[in-house]
Design a protein around this ligand. Structure first.
Ligand code: SIN
Ligand code: FE
Length: 289
């Protein structure tokens, strides 16, 4: 299991050196941990490193692709300074991904950037929303038709508190374990969800299966404790990336993290056969989108 995480010690975000093994590891669902990248936070930005900065109605502070910030308690100065910090992080993440994964460059779709100032351990959530349980990312309202979810995380805790994750077994093993429990897809249910705007577009067979895997994993407490897994500490300053729709992950403790999401069409992977869509289609013996 320890090989589910790979350490890389490059010191520049923009390192034009294609490491083929890193690409294979990432596309096979491993987490790539950059131990030596720097992301200075200014003194002004440090002022906002308090859980009070988050509007309690929002789960996180997030910056949309068009640059709108949401989730900050009403304070123009905080909004403007946090926007600058998130834009800087977005640009750094983009440089990193473009330099280590050059074939993705023209195909990546930029998605949201988030700042997560909440303490993980004290967060109280329903089992389905609880990211302390191992899961693969799948979102009920946002069907993605197999498009990949690539995320760049950084621990920016000012007090050197690590972000602690669990990383679970490979996607193929999750499919083998849970696919037999999934409920059949219902085309009329997908239409109703879409008609009532519960989903942003029609939920595909692929999206249905991914949600079922997400829920089956989180619901099963004995799986949560007993499945093959490792616990990893990401110290302050760590940057790590993974395909979060493929890598089984759970955030156990820590506070103050940023995350940049990118989407990538499966066809533009180095090896599209490793994608959740390809793996699920092989297991189901049919097309899912
Ligand atoms: C998640 O993506 O499930 C949570 C990651 C984190 O907050 O560290
Ligand atoms: Fe997640």
């Amino acid at each position: 299991m320890n090989d589910q995480i790979v350490e890389v010690n490059i010191s520049e975000w923009d390192t034009p050196s294609t490491q083929e093994q890193l690409i294979t590891d990432l596309e096979s669902g491993k987490v790539i941990h950059f131990t030596n990248l720097e992301f200075p936070i200014s003194e002004i930005e440090q002022k906002y490193f308090t859980s009070e900065i988050r509007d309690k109605k929002s789960r996180n502070i997030s910056l949309s692709v068009s640059g709108d910030i949401k989730g900050v308690v009403k304070n123009n100065e905080a909004e403007s300074n946090l926007t600058k910090m998130l834009v800087r992080y977005r640009n750094h993440s983009h440089l990193l991904v473009n330099s280590i994964l050059p074939c993705y460059k023209d195909h990546l779709h930029l998605a949201q950037t988030s700042f997560r100032p909440n303490q993980i351990v004290t967060r109280n959530q329903s089992w389905r929303a609880d990211d302390k349980r191992l899961h693969v990312d799948a979102f009920p309202s946002r069907p993605n038709y197999g498009e990949r979810i690539l995320r760049v995380f950084i621990n920016v805790n000012p007090h050197n508190v690590p972000r602690v994750w669990r990383i679970g077994e490979p996607f193929e093993a999750i499919v083998e374990r849970f696919l037999c429990d999934t409920k059949p897809y219902s085309a009329w249910q997908a239409k109703i969800l879409n008609a009532f705007d519960i989903t942003k577009s029609l939920r595909s067979k692929y999206d249905h299966l991914m949600l079922q895997l997400h829920d089956s994993m989180k619901r099963n407490l004995s799986y949560q404790s007993n499945c093959p897994q490792i616990t990893v500490e990401f110290p302050t300053g760590s940057v790590w990336i993974c395909f979060s729709d493929q890598t089984s992950h759970a955030a156990m403790s820590g506070q103050f993290m940023m995350e940049q999401t990118f989407h990538l069409p499966t066809a533009n992977q180095y090896n599209p056969n490793t994608s959740p869509l390809a793996i699920l289609s092989r297991h189901m013996g049919r097309q899912l989108i």
